[in-house]
Design a protein around this ligand. Structure first.
Ligand code: CTP
Ligand code: MG
Length: 169
């Protein structure tokens, strides 16, 4: 079980780093250029910028390059798919949030935590059509979904205890 957990973390690491580093690269020009959707609300909103997208993807790929050092070069190619998929999933999550009438940064339980994961899994799956890439088992995927939810709750609780957030969730 511990082995499975470690494998799951190692596999999803590029997507984790990508998703959590976007905020560090946060840029000014939004990906939707301020454009609105049919419902009159922003397509993606001001929280999705090109600089954030590209910076985060590059950092995720860098993690993949470091992993490949300990593993095969396939790990690096896999990381590219995971990183791009994570940011595409994150943007689709924002698209859904705007359609639900949620403002930038408003909480959408599960969607906020899982959008980048589903993006990463789907891009990984697409990659396997063209390249000889690994794809995780259903058990590993479920383990990652549960682990991510748990980690999210834990980090929010820590941020609350450190007075960085006003509520513990
Ligand atoms: N970010 C960015 N570009 C991206 C993704 C994220 O610049 N493609 C930055 C933005 O500053 C964003 C922050 O990272 O506000 C946190 O990302 P996230 O939680 O995904 O966005 P939210 O602000 O919560 O917006 P949304 O409601 O659309 O999820
Ligand atoms: Mg958010």
């Amino acid at each position: 079980m511990i082995g499975l957990l470690l494998y799951a973390i190692w596999y999803i690491l590029p997507a984790y780093v990508t998703n959590s580093s976007a905020v560090l690269f946060a840029g000014k020009s939004p990906m939707d250029s301020g454009a609105k959707f049919l419902d009159g609300k922003r397509i993606l909103g001001p929280g999705k910028t090109w600089k954030g997208f590209v910076g985060a993807v590059l950092l995720g790929c860098l993690v993949g390059a470091a992993q490949a050092f300990f593993s095969t070069s396939e790990t690096f190619v896999l990381a590219i798919f995971l990183a791009v998929g994570a940011m595409v999933g994150d943007a689709i999550g924002s698209f859904v949030k705007r359609r639900l009438g949620l403002e930038r940064g408003e909480a959408a339980p599960f969607l906020d935590q899982w959008d980048f994961l589903f993006g990463a899994f789907i891009f990984n799956g697409l990659g396997t059509i063209f390249l000889d890439l690994n794809f995780p088992s259903l058990l590993i995927i479920l383990l990652i979904l549960v682990l991510t939810t748990f980690l999210h709750l834990l980090t929010n609780w820590i941020a609350y205890e450190l007075n960085l957030k006003s509520n513990p969730w």
